[in-house]
Design a protein around this ligand. Sequence first.
Ligand SMILES: NC(=O)c1ccc[n+]([C@@H]2O[C@H](COP(=O)([O-])OP(=O)(O)OC[C@H]3O[C@@H](n4cnc5c(N)ncnc54)[C@H](O)[C@@H]3O)[C@@H](O)[C@H]2O)c1
Ligand SMILES: [Zn+2]
Length: 370
Amino acid sequence: MTDLSWGGMQRLHVTSQTIPYDILVGRGAWRALRKLAQSDYTSTFLLTERGLWNQWRRPFLRASGLKAARSLFVPSGEASKSLRMVERVAGELLKQGADRRSLIIAFGGGVIGDLGGFVASTYMRGIDCVQVPTTVVAQVDSAIGGKTAVNVGAMKNLIGTFFPPRLVVADPSVLSTLNERAFRSGFFEVVKHAVLSGPRLFAEVERALDGLRPERAATLGPLLARAARVKADVVSRDEKEAGLRRVLNLGHTFGHALEEATGYRRFLHGEAVGWGMLAALRLAEILGLLGPAESQRIAAVIRRLGPLPPVRDLKAERVWRLLPRDKKAVGGRIHWVLPERIGKVRIVADVPSFAVEAAFYDVQRADRHE
Ligand SMILES: NC(=O)c1ccc[n+]([C@@H]2O[C@H](COP(=O)([O-])OP(=O)(O)OC[C@H]3O[C@@H](n4cnc5c(N)ncnc54)[C@H](O)[C@@H]3O)[C@@H](O)[C@H]2O)c1
Ligand SMILES: [Zn+2]
C-alpha cells in the first residue's frame, strides 16, 4: 500500500487479489470522476437516495462532470439492503439498457454502498462500481475493502460478495448535511481505527474532538484520510478475512448484540460500537491484558464523543445470549478483539463467560452513575 498526497488530498492505494484500486480523500475528490466521464463505459447509473441527491446533485454533477449519468433511487434506511431491492434495481438497470460495460456509482452511506456494490457484483456477472461515500462510516469504513451485502430477514449481511470497487472518492464536505448525531456516531469508527493504529492517530483524534461538528466537515479531510488508511491497510493485507481483518471487529461483538437487543432502534451503529468498545476495554482489563491508564484514556475519548443512549436498563442475559450469533464466531466461539494498548489489539477466543458478564455489568453500572 502506498500513500501519495498533494494539495491536502490523500490518495490511498488498496491492493486486491482481483484488481487494485485507489481511494481519494479530501476536498475536491469528486473531480477525479471526470476521467470516468470520458472513458468508454456505455452508460453510467447513479444509485442514491432522493433526499440526499436533491441536496448534493448540483455540486456533485459540477465537480464530477457526470451529467449523462442516470439516477436510480432507493428509500433511505437499512431496509433497502434486501434481495427485493436488488431485484428492483437490476430490473431498472435492464429496462434502462445497462449492459456489461455499464458503470454503477453508489452515492450514499453504507446502505447504498453495500447495495450498489452487491448489484454491481452480480448484474450480468459483474459490472464496474465506483463508491462515493457520503457518511463518516462510509468514508472511513464501509466503502473500502470490497465487502458488499444485503440482509435476509433479521440476519444482517447474510448474502454478499467480495467485490472491489474501481475507485473510491470521499469528499468530506458532503458530511456537512449529516445531522449532529449521525455525524458524531461515525466517529466511533474513527476512534476504533485510531486504537488499532497507534498513539499518533489517537492523539490526533483527541485534538480534533472539540471541533467535530458537521459544519466543519470540510476541514476534516486529513483526519478522515488517516482513519480510512487504517482500513485500507488492513484489507490490503487480508482481503478475505483470513485473520488480520478480524481486528476491525473491535467493539462490534457487544455492539451488534446491543443493536439486536434493541431492535436496531435505540442506537446508531457507531453508538453501539462506542458501548462495545467500552465493554471490550473493561473485558481486557479484567483479563489483565490492558492497564487502567490506557483504558481510561480510550474510554475518555468515547465518553467525550457521546452522549450514548443508555444501556443500563437492558437485560444483561439477553445481550449475552445474542453474543454468539455474531458472525465472527467461528465454530460457536467468539473471537474477542481486545486492546492491549493504543496501537495493539489481541484476538482472544475462549474468554470465560464470567469475565464477559462482569465486563458488561461494569459498563451498565458505570452508565447508571452517569
Ligand atoms: N461493507 C462493509 O465493509 C461495511 C462496513 C461497515 C458498515 N457497513 C454497512 O453500512 C451500513 C451503515 O452505513 P451508514 O452508517 O453510512 O448508514 P446509512 O447508509 O443508512 O446512512 C445513514 C443515514 O444518513 C443519510 N445520509 C447519508 N449521507 C448523508 C449526507 N451526506 N447528508 C445527510 N444525510 C445523509 C442516509 O439517508 C441515512 O438516513 C450498514 O448497513 C452496515 O452493515 C458495511
Ligand atoms: Zn462498524
